[in-house]
Write a protein that binds this ligand. Structure first.
Ligand code: ADP
Ligand code: MG
Length: 340
């Protein structure tokens, strides 16, 4: 049996590919017992505990803005997920992992170290938007520029691909999670009520928008009144959310524009003709494709399964080493990351 595995260690979700498909897809969250330092819960269970833990337990999101923020927690989480997918049999798999574009060698090294200490060997790295393009069977073997924008939870990765590799790749430290934080701040400001980020994320997914909705709806959520410390429910509506979320969306658009300004004009022109490929969970934000289309003056092509493009691409690259053979792309591995 093959022991190669692919992993997309996302800020939001960890996805693992093994054999012929995605075998695990769980939140990148772990709950640690502060007294013993031992893990108490992983994945969905740990995610539910965010903002609900006691003094004794802490829920940690070990990946922040696409890079490892808590090494120990990352290692424990990866070890658990490796064990879940491989049982006891599979030992030290060869691993391909997705990383954001243009992160420093130190940060790349930290991903490799975390994977190796969790049991992986021969770790090689692939930029997430490149993996997404492979997952979508996009042809980027010609000199023509193909642009991919991947909006995750903590990053927005922008890549221009051509000649079988990356012509330009930039990772902005901002993604769908910024909407959640903005919604938390809004409710606090407007109602003096504190809500958790999980509640904010639920609001965003249910009635949030960056394009006015035809039908205005409200949603009632529970929080804590900051004056009297008592539970209080508040109602937020789509019009408020539009206004709040647009602040974050504008910032995102400005950053994307800045990347385009520094990209060869011919490549941007190609994108104007063929359209920009939009992926990642943040692309599911209601109205996002239309907003980007309007503001960037480019055709935007949303994809069918934005959450799994990257991991599917890694799977394809693992099963077919020819995928990137003709380009000037070279997978980086540990030897390339030696740091003085
Ligand atoms: P990452 O690569 O960082 O793990 P993903 O590509 O899995 O992230 O996307 C996760 C982000 O997408 C989260 O911020 C989540 O709230 C957001 N998201 C997922 N589904 C939706 C939806 N239907 N509407 C708005 N945002 C969504
Ligand atoms: Mg991602």
């Amino acid at each position: 049996m093959r022991t190669d595995i692919g992993i997309d260690f996302g800020t939001d979700t960890t996805r693992i590919y093994m054999g012929r498909g995605v075998v695990l897809s769980k939140p990148t969250v772990i709950t640690i017992d502060n007294d013993t330092g031992l893990p108490k819960a992983y994945g969905a269970e740990a995610y539910q505990m965010i903002g609900r833990t006691s003094d004794r337990l802490t829920s940690v999101c070990p990946v922040q803005n696409g890079t490892i923020a808590d090494f120990e927690a990352a290692q424990l989480l990866l070890k658990e997920y490796f064990t879940r997918v491989s049982g006891k049999k599979l030992i030290r798999p060869r691993t391909m992992v997705a990383i954001p574009g243009n992160i420093t060698a130190v940060k790349q090294r930290s991903v490799v170290d975390a994977l190796e200490s969790a049991g992986a060997r021969n770790v090689c790295l692939i930029e997430a938007p490149l993996a997404a393009a492979i997952g979508l069977d996009v042809d980027f073997s010609t000199p023509k520029g193909v642009t991919v924008v991947d909006i995750g939870k903590g990053t927005t990765d922008i890549a221009v691909l051509s000649m079988g590799g990356l012509a330009r790749c930039e990772s902005l430290p901002m993604g769908g999670g910024a909407f959640d934080e903005e919604i938390v701040r809004f409710v606090r400001r407007e109602y003096n009520v504190a809500i958790g980020v999980l509640t904010a994320e639920r609001i965003k997914k249910t009635i949030g928008c960056v394009k006015p909705r035809d039908l205005e709806v409200g949603m009632t959520v529970n929080g804590l009144n900051l004056f009297n410390g008592m539970p209080q429910s508040v109602e937020v509506n789509t019009a408020q959310l539009y206004e709040v979320m647009m602040v974050t969306a504008e910032e995102m658009i400005r950053s994307i524009q800045r990347v385009f300004e520094q990209t060869a004009p011919e490549m941007v022109a190609d994108t104007a003709k063929d359209g920009l490929i939009l992926t990642g969970g943040g692309s599911l934000t209601y109205g996002m494709p239309e907003l980007l289309e309007e503001r960037l003056k480019l055709k935007v092509k949303p994809v069918a399964d934005p959450l799994n493009c990257v991991i599917n691409g890694i799977g394809k690259a693992l099963n077919n080493s020819q995928v990137l053979k003709n380009g000037d792309y070279r997978f980086r591995s540990l030897e390339d990351l030696s740091i003085e």
